[in-house]
Design a protein. Structure first.
Length: 515
């Protein structure tokens, strides 16, 4: 496989199964376009059908693959076949394709399984022009949400440029791409019909450890809610579930309907952990009575700028997480300048200057225009002694109570999300609600287990905790919270009315956004 081009060639056996799943291709679609035809396996499969299409066009960027596809089209009989050397991202499908035949159009194939970031990391140029592909706003447009698979961009290009043809598009792709395509179609009110997702075994066919599928959709003429029937494989007749787009998320319709009463706005504000993109020097571990960075170098810095750190793996694996690391926190607010450290913390300043190269290499847009040692995702909320936190990178959410460690607030890394809380009691109650099976089912209905980051702030912020609170027995909840607080702290205590934590109040910590 060419890493730059995400080049997974489709095995002939899989091509045959895909064509069979689509039905009598030649009878349904006299014209077929393959926008990334590779070595020509789909073209061979189409030509081998009992009733092939009347005209086939293939586009391909690599010279060797163009030659292979032309060989595949050698025995074409009466079928018109054109293989064209083209970069799909540099042509306009509305103007640059000339068909001799008429009738319904099928677009088929297996576009690249690679992200824009992966192409860029190897110096590749097989990319579309930079644009805000999904119309993202704010932080999502600056951070990892704006990265995309080339297959996703190809889908969007096909849907928009060929809309007047009302084509059927059926292509192999990662499940994450399929879900993003559904979200895009819903956001843009594209009239997709007969949408289906048929899962395939990517490990068997491509030795790839990702969830993958055949996504098929017809561009219609009337806008309607986007729904997709999900089949367990290419051969199944009956779907196992239906996916729909709700509130910008792709949901499991059946599971969502059972828990939809939770879909609202969380009255507490979810925060993301600290982002610094310099773990080698910013995260320290105690070793031989000294703090050392990941390079093994001793780090002598002022204690006031060191905080215990929990990472996503700590939250996921530990019921009561205990920090293993310390992190350097150079700011308490985003706008705070870092050059003040020269005077306020000379040892830390010397350490940071010594390792300045690690900060100079940071590529994320969130650091542009900020101090040279600036961090992101920090505010008054970061310094709450009590938090409820969850790891975003794991398939199953596990909400943990996080307490101050050795009388220092615990920081989370940027793979985590958390709610700052006013007390242990507050944190225990919130974690109880979030870990309730009903809440977990609601989250599951909105998340994709195969995504790189299944749990996101957007999903968490939709959880209406008060709606769940209304469904629970208040006395039982209050008793459970009291007992759990005693177990954790070893001390007795009282329980505030459980609804009090969801009412407007004056924060115990000035400026801390708790509600």
């Amino acid at each position: 496989m060419s890493r730059e081009l995400g080049d997974f060639q489709t095995p002939p056996e899989l091509v045959a199964k895909v064509l069979k799943a689509l039905g009598p291709v030649g009878e349904l679609w006299p014209r077929v376009l393959e926008p990334t035809c590779g070595t020509g396996n789909f073209i061979r499969g189409l030509l081998a059908l009992p009733s092939p299409p009347r005209e086939i066009k293939g586009l391909e960027l690599q010279d060797a693959h163009v030659q292979d596809s032309e060989k595949a089209a050698g025995k074409k009989g009466s079928v018109l076949v054109e293989i064209r050397k083209s970069n799909l991202f540099e042509i306009d499908l509305r103007q640059d394709l000339t068909w001799t035949q008429s009738g319904p159009l099928l677009v088929i194939g297996n576009p690249p399984w690679v992200t824009a970031a992966e192409v860029g990391s190897v110096g590749g140029n097989n990319l579309p022009k930079k644009t805000n592909l999904r119309g993202l706003q704010g932080l999502d447009a600056l951070t990892g949400e704006s990265n995309f698979d080339l297959a996703e961009h190809i889908w969007i290009k096909l849907l928009t440029e060929l809309a007047s043809e009302r084509p059927t598009i059926a292509m192999l792709c990662k499940m994450s791409v399929a879900r993003n395509v559904l979200r895009f179609a819903s956001r843009k009110s594209l009239p997709l019909e007969q949408v289906s997702i048929r899962k395939i075994d990517a490990g068997k066919w491509f030795q790839a450890s990702v969830e993958a599928c055949l996504l098929s959709a017809r561009v219609g003429s009337v806008g309607r809610p986007v729904e997709a029937k999900v089949y367990p494989d290419l051969d199944s007749v009956d779907p196992v579930s239906v996916l729909a787009v709700s509130g910008g998320a792709v949901t499991d319709v059946s599971l969502y309907h059972r828990t939809a009463f939770l879909d609202g706005v969380c009255s507490l504000t979810w925060r993301q952990g600290i982002k610094h993109d310099a773990a080698a020097v910013m995260e320290l571990k105690e070793s031989e009575s000294a703090l050392r960075n990941k390079l093994g170098e001793e780090a002598t810095v002022e204690w006031d700028y060191l905080y215990p750190l929990l990472k996503g793996s700590d939250l996921f694996k530990q019921v009561e997480p205990v920090p293993r690391l310390f992190t350097i926190v150079t700011q308490k607010k985003l706008a705070e300048p870092t050059d003040r450290l020269r005077e306020d913390a000379p040892r830390l300043w010397a350490y940071l200057k010594k390792n300045q190269a690690f900060f100079s290499k940071r590529k994320s847009s969130v650091f542009k225009g900020r101090g040279e040692f600036a961090i992101f995702g920090v505010g008054d909320y970061s310094f709450a002694d009590y938090k409820v936190a969850v790891a975003g990178m794991y398939k199953s959410p596990r909400f943990r109570v996080v307490r101050a460690f050795n009388e220092r607030p615990v920081m989370l890394d940027d793979t985590c999300y958390f709610l700052p809380c006013r007390s242990l009691e507050h944190a225990v109650m919130v974690s109880r609600l979030l870990n309730d099976p009903i809440c977990l089912a609601f989250i599951a209905s909105l998340t994709f287990r195969g995504a790189k980051r299944p749990i996101t702030k957007a999903v968490l912020q939709r959880i209406d905790l008060e709606a769940l609170l209304d469904r629970l027995d208040q006395d039982e909840l209050a008793s459970w919270v009291r007992d759990e607080c005693i177990r954790i702290s070893g001390e007795g205590g009282h329980t505030t009315g459980v609804g009090a934590y969801f009412q407007p109040h004056a924060s115990a910590v000035p400026g801390m956004d708790l509600l």
